[in-house]
Design a protein around this ligand. Structure first.
Ligand code: ZN
Length: 329
């Protein structure tokens, strides 16, 4: 038996937490995967889903003729090839990287939102889930009560790197210093990204855009701060990022010259709508704490147009509430 430790997590957070869902492994902010010294493009191998790189373990294992497990202690993906699978593994032990394919999901057609569940076993929750995101927030049904979580935001001007992952523009937090606290539990900011039109609706209405700040706790739980974006003044905190929007899918992140002031990005009124939900992209994993600011922020028509020139529509339609309550703080 050979063990290949896949340890080269470059350019991202290496949080010792992993979402295992069916046959896929979602790695936190993995941007580079190296097997036996050989770099595998995560663009061909994996899909970036809300800040995590989803590696379809089945296709990876099949391509390598190997067993793929996550080792939380060493923060590694361990690829193990056995005698029985030696014939499918090149004698050099190098992976058959060109044969690897990720399942390609999209926002339209045969790989669109209503078909995500069929693309990978690991995407089943996209259909069978009962607490899916996004939702239509009906303000007259929102209750303001004691069950609302205490949310504290600890943001600072921060360095980010930017990627076009084929589904959205995503800014990866490079400093590791931004976090939120929800009922006393800390969640570190991993990345933020954008959708157009907004994914969550307010009283059945979309906003032109929505941003998602994705945070992760030490034990791998997710909390998302959503900010709705309406057309108005130029958004200054995002100006630098918008000047560097990668038009094509990126292989390596683009660094920004200036830091982003995330505190200035958020609305002044920090009241939120809160609900239990999921990732809005495959694998649609549930158990995500959602906070959507009630007050939208603004972006100029030109800024919205610039994003839509790259992604004309990257939103998942609203999902059933199934009895979930939306509360306000
Ligand atoms: Zn999102």
């Amino acid at each position: 038996m050979k063990k290949f430790g896949v340890k080269s997590f470059v350019g991202g957070l290496a949080i010792g937490a992993l979402f295992v869902s069916g046959t896929s492994y979602a790695l936190p902010s993995l941007t580079k995967l190296v097997v036996n010294g050989e770099e595998i493009s995560t663009n061909s191998l994996a899909t970036v889903v809300d800040g995590k790189v989803l590696v379809p373990a089945r296709s990876l294992a099949e391509a390598l003729g190997a067993k793929v497990v996550w080792d939380a202690d060493t923060n590694s993906v361990i690829v193990t090839t056995g005698a029985a699978s030696a014939s499918t593994t090149p004698s050099t032990g190098k992976p058959a990287a060109p044969a690897l394919t990720a399942s390609h999901w999209s926002y339209e057609g045969e790989s669109g939102p209503d078909q995500w569940y069929a693309l990978e076993d690991a995407y089943a929750a996209c259909k069978t889930g009962v607490e899916q995101s996004p939702i239509n927030i009906v303000t007259s049904n929102v209750t303001k009560d004691q069950s609302a979580a205490a949310l504290t935001i600890h943001y600072h001007p921060t360095a980010v790197t930017v990627m076009n992952n084929g589904h959205t523009i995503q800014a990866n937090e490079a400093s590791g210093t931004n976090s939120i606290t929800v009922d006393g539990i800390a969640y570190k900011l991993a990345q933020f990204h954008f959708h157009t039109p907004s994914e969550n609706q307010i009283d059945g209405q979309h906003f032109p855009m929505e941003g998602h700040l994705v945070h992760k706790s030490a034990d791998g739980k997710l909390a998302v701060l959503g900010f709705l974006i309406k057309e108005g003044q130029e958004n200054k905190p995002l100006a630098e990022l918008w000047s560097k929007l990668p038009k094509e899918e990126t292989k390596t992140d683009v660094a920004l010259d200036k830091t982003i002031d995330l505190t200035a990005l958020l609305p002044t009124d920090k009241s939120t709508y809160q609900f239990e939900g999921s990732l809005t992209t495959p694998p649609c994993s549930e158990g995500v704490k959602w906070f959507v600011f009630q007050q939208p922020i603004e972006m100029s028509a030109e800024q919205i147009k610039a994003f839509r020139a790259i992604f004309p529509d990257d939103h998942r339609p609203v999902q059933e509430l199934n009895g979930r309550k939306v509360v306000a703080n």
